[in-house]
Structure formats: structure tokens, C-alpha cells
Design a protein around this ligand. Structure first.
Ligand code: A2P
Length: 351
């Protein structure tokens, strides 16, 4: 059993962590919810109990004898406090982008590259990939094994939950204003997105970098290849849409071998945590309202290119707060316990 901290416990992902840890029956001796000084005194619910939120400080990990720390409070918070947690003898599972491309930090999607967890001890940190990348690689992995993917073109339809609780509230407030015919006032009050998000789509997530690519788009390029140990060419267009908490992706794969739709459906359906919904004749395909609050990547609209036998197109959807964040991190934690837990406890507590 482990002492577990959630850093960012009052946030959108933090709240999901509490639910997922409970649902997965994570072996917790003590759970410590941490957030900024603003949240001290707030309470969160875990396994039917109210737990008081504590302030994140460098010392809290030692004071609370934390073994596993899930971080989801932004990159700068991880940069500053993850080393404190490691110093205090904890393994950090970090949901931010801060350590993802560090060669000494494994970047893990347990369905795809669980063995990379063995490298955790280089820095004491395991990184949880970007949400859009997680759901994409879960659907790419079985197809890559079958058809050998050389290139991926992807356009995302990303929910506002990716911008945290404030992003969800901004969409909600704007929608409410629309129904009250008061949109102008609320548009002026927007804080999170570059433009009004209600009844709009915004082809801009994270900062723009060289060549007109956004940072979010480059995360999908670099993280995909780190996770899959591949050199796949990836071109992403990341778009924010007025959906609350499930991301969708239209994906085209260019393969070395000719593709086959039936075989693609079969290998996807047999892959861990994937559900194929692909009956166009019955109007059945994946959508955010199907994926929300579940732990699966839904894949459908699978079809062969009209011109090229080696190209396959499909659509995938997954809950951003769960598959794209909390659930993936909890699955990393469980896999780490299975692979390393006994040796860790023996080394730390001598038992
Ligand atoms: P707080 O609620 O005290 O601000 P979201 O991604 O939904 O916006 O949530 C961000 C989470 O990260 C919240 O739990 C927030 O706590 C926490 N957080 C943000 N900045 C800090 C900080 N400097 N120190 C500790 N926790 C932080």
C-alpha cells in the first residue's frame, strides 16, 4: 500500500484523479490532496470521506511520506516541485509537458510502451503524454504493427476541458449567455480562449512556434515517435471546439503495406482499451457523447483511400480528462506498482 499525493487536486484533471483512483481500487494507504494556498481549507471527497486540501510546498512530500505523486497543476509547478517529491523518495507521474521530451524521463501509454516504465529510476519521473497524443497512439499502435505506418495526417477537434476547469466554465458561461441573448457581454469577459468558443471553432491551441506550427501540434509529432519508438512523419492541425470533455480526431495513415478495412477493424477491436463503433449503414460511429466518462478510445468511420491502396482514414474519440489524463496516469501507476512496487517498498521501508 502506498501514500499517494495529487498535486492540483482541485483542478479538472485532479478531480478526475480522485474518481479514477477509487474506481481502479488503487492500493492507497493515505491520499493527500495538494493545491495552491488559495485552496487550503477546501475539501475533496475520496472513498466516502472528506479530505482537507493541503498547500503544495517542497516539504510536504517528506512530511507526508509520499510514495507516488500525481502532478497535474501546470508545467511550471511540476518544474519546481517534482524534484522535491523525488528528493523525498516518491515516484512522480507527471501530467504536464515539462519533462515529456527529457531523454531520462519515460513517456508512457501503458497499452503501447509499458516496458519504458523500467527507466523511471533515471530521474524518478514518468511523464504522461499530451491528451491528443495518447488517444492517437492507442489507435495507431495496432495499425502500425499490421500495416507499418510511414506518415500520419491528423486534424483534432479538442474539447475545452483541455484548458482546465476555467476553459470548461468559459464555454458554459458563454452558452448560458447565448440562451439569455447576452453573448456580447460574455465575449468581453473571456479569459481562457483567444476568441469566443461557444458556437465557434478555433484552430489554435498553445503557442505558435516556427513555421506556423502550434506547440500542441508539435507535441503530437514528437511525443508520438518517442512513445512508439518510431520515425513516423506526423502532420497535425489542432483545433479547439465547443465540446466539454472528449477530444475527436480525423486521422489518415500512409502505410508501407496495402491496407485492409476488415483487418483494421479486427486489430483495433482486439487491442486493449479500444472499442470499434463502425456501422455507417446504421449511423453508428464514435462521438464525444459516447466517449465521455469512459476509459476507452472509440474508433470508427474506417475506410480505404479512394486513390491509394496503402492509405486508411478513420475517426477516433476519447474522454480527455480520463483517457487523455487521469486514467492514463493511474494506469501508469498500476503498471509501475506491478513492475517496480515491491523493490521500491523494500528499498524505501525495508519491507
Ligand atoms: P488551485 O485550485 O488552488 O488554484 P485546472 O487545470 O483545472 O485549471 O486546475 C489546475 C490545478 O492546479 C488546480 O488544482 C490548482 O489549484 C493547481 N495549481 C495551479 N497553480 C498552482 C500552484 N502554483 N501551486 C499549487 N497548485 C497549483
Amino acid at each position: 500500500m502506498y501514500n499517494v499525493a495529487i498535486v492540483g487536486a482541485t483542478g479538472a484533471v485532479g478531480e478526475e484523479f480522485l474518481r479514477v483512483l477509487e474506481e481502479y481500487d488503487f492500493p492507497i494507504k493515505k491520499l493527500v490532496p495538494l493545491a495552491s494556498a488559495r485552496s487550503v481549507g477546501k475539501e475533496v471527497e475520496f472513498r466516502g470521506e472528506s479530505l482537507k486540501v493541503k498547500e503544495l510546498t517542497c516539504d510536504v512530500f517528506k512530511e507526508e511520506e509520499i510514495d507516488i505523486a500525481f502532478f497535474s497543476a501546470g508545467g511550471s509547478v511540476s518544474a519546481k516541485f517534482a524534484p522535491c517529491a523525488v528528493e523525498a523518495g516518491a515516484v512522480v507521474i507527471d501530467n504536464t509537458s515539462h519533462f515529456r521530451m527529457d531523454p531520462d524521463v519515460p513517456l508512457v501509454v501503458p497499452e503501447v510502451n509499458p516496458d519504458d516504465i523500467a527507466l523511471w529510476n533515471k530521474k524518478g519521473i514518468i511523464a504522461n503524454p499530451n491528451c491528443s497524443t495518447i488517444q492517437m497512439v492507442i489507435s495507431l499502435a495496432p495499425l502500425h504493427r499490421e500495416f507499418n505506418i510511414k506518415r500520419v495526417d491528423v486534424a483534432t477537434y479538442q474539447a475545452v476541458s483541455g484548458a482546465g476547469k476555467k476553459g470548461m466554465e468559459e464555454l458554459f458561461e458563454q452558452m448560458r449567455a447565448i440562451f439569455n441573448f447576452k453573448l456580447d457581454k460574455k465575449v468581453e469577459e473571456r479569459e481562457v480562449f483567444q476568441y469566443q468558443i461557444a458556437l465557434n471553432v478555433i484552430p489554435h491551441i498553445d503557442k505558435f512556434m516556427d513555421g506556423g506550427w502550434s506547440r500542441e501540434e508539435l507535441k503530437m509529432v514528437n511525443e508520438t515517435n518517442k512513445i512508439m519508438h518510431s520515425k513516423i512523419k506526423v502532420a497535425a492541425t489542432c483545433v479547439r471546439v465547443p465540446v466539454l470533455r472528449s477530444h475527436s480526431e480525423a486521422i489518415s495513415i500512409y502505410c508501407e503495406k496495402p491496407v485492409n478495412v476488415e483487418r483494421a477493424r479486427e486489430v483495433l477491436a482486439n487491442f486493449q482499451d479500444v472499442k470499434v463503433i463502425d456501422n455507417p449503414e446504421k449511423n453508428e460511429y464514435p462521438m464525444p457523447i459516447i466517449a465521455t466518462d469512459t476509459d476507452y478510445v472509440y474508433v470508427g468511420r474506417i475506410r480505404k483511400d479512394l486513390y491509394d491502396d496503402n492509405v486508411l482514414h478513420f475517426f477516433n474519440v476519447a474522454d480527455q480528462l480520463r483517457v487523455g489524463a487521469a486514467t492514463n496516469a493511474v494506469r501508469i501507476g498500476l503498471k509501475w506498482i506491478e513492475m517496480e512496487g515491491e523493490a521500491f517498498l523494500k528499498g524505501k521501508y525495508g519491507k
